[in-house]
Ligand binder design. Structure first.
Ligand code: NAG
Ligand code: NAG
Ligand code: NAG
Ligand code: NAG
Length: 600
């Protein structure tokens, strides 16, 4: 009796200790209304693997943010004193209690330390796990969701929970509630068309802009080349150097691949000095990103980005990042690829790099509302880390005017995803992150705003101080009640700046095409910042890093103010370009000649 009861009690007692009490009571961490157009098409296969990312809180992020603003403020004594990789990592490291609590939770589910990937700062954990285990850990149920328009399928849940004891030790877990997906994540290419050879034979007199006094070739009104950008942005004759620690980067996603033969054709057409030495870029694979060079694998976006960013900055060292991910995603195969958005893979990689490029352009984004707020904030915090290390980040502002990126403003839905179905302007992410420089679009010469220039006001990020005066000045000029309820007047406003965005002469499979979109303006702007960094490094000054505090203050006079044009969307005429900052071209386009004086 005694013996048997001991035997039966002992396993029970062990069981009670092994099953942590923390697993008994879960609390909802995040819940979303299923976004429009997504319907459940069935339960998630229990063995489907999910690459789970667990973000631990960064309790000292506000300290990092203070450092970032100090080193980015041209009037601060610490301007330019960027932080090292190790300093940044220390400031985003989680509290040791969070690490041990989460470790305990993972091991209580049989997860071994060797199965857990950790970012250098320890703030992100990555583990491949079957759906059935994730469902148990997060007290949730995953489903295969299908997009009624595109047919795209993803494995997601609308809510997840955490045991009470670790609730505060985890900031977010994805993929859970993230319905903005890899495939949906759009590049901001607006148009592509074969160039009519007739265009080249025009023999018109040069055009002079009476406002700036600049003269450009007549052809620049219909076709943008490297020479045109140098003329329009007052950089003719500026010669950058190699070998002084400067670098420019382009990030590519979605298996849109840059092609080296096309880069060479472009150089022969527009940058003879680069062609003469067969100049090319460093290829960097992120998370297994490929680098095919076959003609049928050529990506227009990546060709546009590499040709213009690297054409403007030759011979500065150039890097093209190819981040893996092959849409469409098929959820019944036991592979974890494609279920995440790409920024975290790219950010993990670049943040772990000792010397990331100093000026980096990304022409990919999606509607802010498709990205859960917790995720947007965390990815944005990653961009801040790069800024603190002296990297300037550029993101296209989008191609939908104030709308949702649908090329036809009349059919843009502009409806909120939160279940209330309100009509609202739709800003883009990551442009809406206050720690990147969002680049809008202009066209023609003299320049005017391009109608598709993505713009608006974030619903996630409040207005950063650096743009307070500029944006409130713009809002005050709006007729009373303008678009009331359609946008958040206290939100981070985009774009910050702009550049030419249409009729770029890009080589694809050896042939010239006209390519347009804020996809073009972002790499072009990044190129000019590469030149500004050249001027600074030559004077022994540090790289520019996070630019917005400089642009909205000391360097504001280095921009051409664009005052003509508007950006229709959501059934409205959008915002007008105005004197000063506006929600279509931001501060305006760069006057390199002025900017170089202001920053050196
Ligand atoms: C530039 O192109 C626009 C649109 O095609 C045209 O209206 C304008 O006259 C052109 N400007 C010059 C100076 O040629
Ligand atoms: C550039 O590449 C071409 C073709 O591969 C080759 O013939 C030429 O010698 C190269 N030029 C230089 C300067 O390396
Ligand atoms: C919002 O739209 C969705 C999809 O059209 C619909 O199912 C839902 O009932 C609407 N909700 C409200 C509050 O109107
Ligand atoms: C844009 O300018 C037009 C013409 O001046 C004006 O009628 C309209 O109200 C302005 N729209 C906004 C949003 O400021």
């Amino acid at each position: 009796m005694w013996v048997t009861s001991l035997v039966s009690v002992l396993p029970l007692a062990v069981f009670a200790f092994a099953l942590p009490s923390k697993d008994c009571e879960h609390k909802v961490k995040e819940a979303v209304v299923p976004p429009r157009h997504w319907v459940v098409s069935g339960p998630a296969p229990p063995d489907h693997l999910i690459k789970l990312r667990i973000g631990l809180p960064q309790p000292n992020f506000d300290v990092l943010e203070d450092h970032l603003y100090a080193v980015s403020d041209p009037y601060h004594e610490r301007y330019g004193a960027h932080l090292t990789k190790e300093e940044v990592e220390e400031l985003v490291a989680p509290h040791p209690d969070s690490v041990s609590e989460v470790n305990g939770w993972l091991s209580s589910h049989g997860i071994q330390e060797e199965d857990v990937g950790r970012s250098p700062a320890g703030d992100w954990l990555t583990i491949k796990l079957p759906v059935q285990l994730v469902e148990k850990m997060l007290d949730t149920k995953y489903h295969v969701w299908k997009h009624t328009g595109s047919g795209e399928q993803i494995v997601r849940t609308t809510s997840y929970s955490l045991p009470k004891d670790i609730f505060e030790h985890v900031e977010l877990i994805q993929p859970t509630t993230m319905f903005g997906t890899f495939k949906k994540l759009k590049s901001s290419l607006h148009s592509i068309s074969k160039i009519d050879p007739q265009l080249q034979s025009q023999n018109l007199p040069p055009i002079t802009d009476s406002a700036t006094g600049l003269t450009v070739d007549a052809s620049c009104n219909t076709t943008i080349t490297i020479t045109c950008l140098q003329q329009i942005y007052n950089a003719v004759g500026y010669t950058p150097s190699a070998g002084i620690g400067n670098s420019v980067g382009i990030s590519g996603y979605l298996e849109d691949f840059a092609n080296r033969a096309d880069l060479q054709a472009f150089f022969e057409d527009q940058v003879p000095a680069a062609a003469a030495v067969n100049a090319t870029y460093n290829f960097v694979s992120v998370a297994g990103g490929l680098d095919p060079q076959d003609p049928d694998e050529v990506g227009v976006e990546s060709n546009l980005d590499t040709q213009f960013a690297f054409g403007l900055t030759f011979p500065i060292e150039s890097t093209y990042f190819s981040t893996a991910g092959r849409p469409p995603f098929i959820p019944d195969i036991g592979t974890p690829e494609d279920t995440n958005e790409p920024y975290t893979d790219w950010l993990d990689f670049v943040l772990s790099h000792p010397n990331p490029p100093l000026s980096i352009s990304t022409s990919y984004g999606d509607d802010e509302q498709t990205v859960p707020e917790s995720f947007a904030k965390r990815a944005c915090a990653g961009f801040a880390q790069l800024g603190a290390r002296g990297v300037s980040l550029f993101v296209s502002s989008g191609d939908g005017g104030v709308g949702d990126g649908d090329p036809d403003p009349a059919t843009q839905e502009c409806i909120t995803n939160d279940g209330t179905n309100r009509t609202q302007f739709i800003p883009g992410f990551p442009a809406s992150c206050p720690f990147v420089t969002a680049v809008g679009g202009t066209v023609l010469f003299p320049e005017r705003a391009v109608s598709f220039s993505g713009a608006g006001f974030s619903n996630y990020f409040s207005r950063p101080r650096y743009q307070d005066a500029a944006v409130t000045g713009f809002l005050k000029k709006l007729p009373a009640g303008t678009y009331s309820g359609l946008f958040n007047p206290n939100g981070r406003a985009i774009p910050d700046v702009s550049a030419q965005s249409d009729f770029f002469r890009v080589f694809v499979n050896g042939q010239p095409f006209h390519v347009g979109g804020t996809s073009a303006s972002s790499p072009a702007f990044a190129g000019f910042v590469g030149l500004l960094n050249d001027a600074r490094l030559k004077k022994g000054l540090p790289s520019l890093g996070f630019l917005n505090p400089l642009f909205y203050s000391k360097a504001a006079s280095g921009f051409n103010d664009i005052t003509v044009g508007n950006n229709p969307g959501c059934g409205t005429e959008g915002f007008n370009a105005t004197v000063g900052w506006d929600a279509i071209t931001g501060l305006g386009t760069p006057d390199f000649g002025k900017l170089v004086k202001l920053v050196t």
